[in-house]
Design a protein around this ligand. Structure first.
Ligand SMILES: *Cc1c(COP(=O)(O)O)cnc(C)c1O
Length: 400
């Protein structure tokens, strides 16, 4: 850590609420998979702002769209129509199961909208939502209550009522929790924050069947898995399951804050004027960034290439896991959302591994106290993957 980084850290610590455990680095510039800090050090970024910058930092098409829109119109609220928000909704509708879109600013807000829709559409007395242990749905009071990790609840009780949690990957346990007051099942196709834990295709299809059998709504939280992250625009598109409601955020604006709740025409009809709103949701600049992002991804060959690179990457990770069985137990994930599950010894060293990688100029993350998480820009090259693997090998070699 150099002098400028140190200075920003000290300044920040004087004025910020201390809710983030930040690395002692101030980032000043980004390009593709590279970040540059205040002291001019370069990093290979395999976190992409937590699965956000799918096209990499400052992708020219996105930057151009942001600048153009910022010079035309920045904000008018949702009392009016705007071109970027309309175009974004058209793209989302054309490329998913959804007929209708509600725009929010973040993942938590998209999930709030999904929960509110599930409740209002299900009628009085049907309000409970079943989600999974290990899930992550956001930090607002309702979405943190939906989040199946007690560590995020501590100190904030009483949480809003109406959330039940079922053990990971067990359909019978979900069915046991269904009551006459249940309205929906909420699930991430791949749990991100708890360490890249994919749910089986059959399990997700089983959730769909449970919803159909009991008259419940299936909500997919694709805030992390969506926008190409898993190798298709949304993960559900490769899983043979269609949800009733789906949420998106993280990658949607390639870094600008924007979220969306997508649903069918029939369900959307319940959110009549006055039921739900957001001042900034689908803001023209954020929407313009999202339109530019989606257009790049929807061009020919983007997902085919991405899937091939994801395969290349996971195979390299497997080789590493085989070489260091004392540290790494297995690989898991979908597309460019990959995890290297650590052994008990590896977990003890998880933070140390991330810190050593940072010192070598590589940004990765340790998720859920279980796995190293790799969510690089989707445009990452094989050479960059090789570079990361080299640093990982060195780091594992030092610690093994
Ligand atoms: C990050 C995340 C959220 C919360 O998104 P915010 O934009 O931080 O509110 C919700 N669900 C999932 C699956 C996430 O990964």
């Amino acid at each position: 850590m150099g002098k400028a980084n140190e200075e920003w850290k000290e300044k920040g610590n004087r004025v910020f609420v201390g809710n983030y455990a930040r690395y002692p680095v101030a980032m000043v510039k980004g390009e593709g998979c590279k970040l540059i800090d205040a002291d001019g050090r370069e990093y290979l970024d395999f976190l992409a702002g937590i699965a956000v910058a799918g096209l990499g930092h400052c992708h020219p098409a996105v930057t151009e769209a942001i600048c153009r829109q910022a010079g035309e119109l920045v904000h008018v609220s949702n009392l009016y129509y705007t071109r970027p928000q309309t175009e974004l909704a058209e793209l989302l509708v054309a490329n998913t199961f959804a007929d209708k879109v509600f725009m929010a600013n973040s993942g938590a807000e998209a999930n709030e909208a999904a929960i509110k829709l599930a409740r209002i559409a299900s009628g009085e007395g049907k309000y409970r939502v079943i989600s999974l242990e290990g899930s992550f749905h956001g930090r607002t009071l309702a979405t943190v209550a939906a989040t199946g990790q007690p560590k995020f609840h501590k100190g904030f009780e009483p949480l809003p009522d109406g959330f039940d949690h079922a053990p990971f990957g067990d359909l019978a346990e979900v069915e046991k929790r269904i009551s006459p007051s249940t309205c929906a099942i909420l699930c991430e196709p791949v749990q991100g924050e708890s360490g890249v834990r994919p749910l089986e295709k059959e399990y997700l299809q089983g959730l769909r069947a449970l919803c159909d059998k009991h008259g419940l709504l299936l909500i997919f939280d694709e805030v992390q898995t969506g926008i190409g992250r898993t190798g298709t625009l949304f993960a559900y598109q490769q899983l043979g399951v269609v949800p009733d409601i789906m949420t998106s955020a993280k990658g949607l604006g390639n870094g600008l804050p924007i979220g969306a709740m997508l649903t069918t025409e029939k369900l959307a009809a319940f959110l009549v004027p006055g039921t739900h709103a957001s001042t900034f949701g689908g803001n023209p600049v954020a929407s313009a960034a999202a339109v530019a992002t989606l257009k790049v991804m929807l061009a020919d060959g983007f997902f085919t290439d991405l899937q091939a690179k994801g395969q290349y990457f996971i195979e390299k990770l497997k080789v590493l896991a085989d070489r260091f069985p004392m540290l790494a137990a297995q690989t898991r994930g979908l597309g460019m959302m990959l995890g290297l599950v650590l052994t008990e010894r590896g977990v003890e060293l998880g933070t140390e591994i991330v810190n050593r990688m940072l010192a070598k100029g590589c940004i990765i993350n340790f998720a859920g106290n279980a796995a190293l998480r790799f969510v690089p820009p989707l445009v990452v090259s094989r050479e960059e993957i090789d570079q990361l693997m080299q640093a990982l090998e060195e780091t594992f070699g030092e610690l093994a």
